[in-house]
Design a protein around this ligand. Sequence first.
Ligand code: GDP
Ligand code: MN
Length: 386
Amino acid sequence: MKIHEYQAKQLLKQYGVPVPQGEVAQTPAQVREIAQALGRTVVVKGQVHSGGRGKAGAVKLAKTADDALAAGEAILGKTFFFAQAGSDLTVNGVLVEEAVDIDKEIYLGITQDRVRQRDVLILSTQGGMDIEEVAHNNPADIAKLFIDPLLGLPDYAARQVLFDAGFPKTSINKAVPVLKALYAAYVGTDATLAEINPLVITKDGSIIAGDAKWDIDDNSLFRHADLAALADVSDEDPIETEAHKRGIQYVRLEGGDIGIIGNGAGLVMTTMDEVQRAGGKPADFLDIGGGAKAEAVTSSLEVVLSDPNVKGVLFNIFGGITRGDEVAKGIIEGVKSLDVKVPIVIRLAGTRAEEGAELLKTTNLIPAATMQEAAQKIVALAYAAK
Ligand code: GDP
Ligand code: MN
């Protein structure tokens, strides 16, 4: 789960990382008021779940309260293309905070390294908006520290990575507690990404978080009611949001039109490949999971069909714990209650597949014997209609 910069900065503050003073605004008039109260140059920053806001035009410096008002008008309610998110997002809120006097922009982040099976702290003195290019062109300018989970981040390890990164020597003593606080916040919030870019060294040598980007592990939200409450689904795909509310593993795919439902992530991905091979474009990934009951099947079908681009649906069920007759019942129920206008092809195999096939005979749902046949059938039917 992603949270906004202003929320992440509140977390950072609680853990002892210095952050600029500021407040969130929803209207240009509020932007002006906050800027007036701060009484100095401010930065007005669109709050969306994507990085690269500076490049998108959603971050603006404002010297006066009137400039701040103008910046608010230029950002609030406006839609920008965010290369990092790969999509257009509309800005509903801005963070208005005191501008910091930047001497140096540092990149500081912690995330998981799956190969090392450790958290990794990443540090670069070439921080700021071009960090991706630095990582690509000058990887030597990026220092890494793989954190031992039993030791955590002791002072000596923090100092070591700061030296490795070529961090300005006069600021190292100030940076050590910032690295430690970031790690404490990362662990304390069950984050999968905690990033400060830029971490600013100001002209007077102090250190302050200029930005914050935070992802929290969805699987930990049950034990963080306070963090779960920070969710803002306005940037998320509405169908994905609805699916996740229902506990369904669903990913919507841009530009696709063949709905796909299967049990088990591997089988679903293989089905997507088969549909692609048959000349179709998968509209989604949906895994109904093991042991899915009729109700979950109906609910999944409803989610897939709520995408107006879907021209046909392919069910691919391999019965193990999941029983073919349960799935068949679910599909029949779903079709009855949903007024389905597109063809549905079903491939059932494994546990109780024959009983399932028997139930389907009384309907206009189209059976298929193999995955390949199912993919070819749904592609032919979906693209033939209209
Ligand atoms: P991002 O593009 O989404 O990562 O947004 P950032 O918060 O990192 O802002 C982008 C860039 O705007 C930063 O790299 C800075 O160069 C600049 N910027 C952000 N805040 C300030 C500030 O308070 N003062 C100054 N001078 N520049 C800022
Ligand atoms: Mn940034």
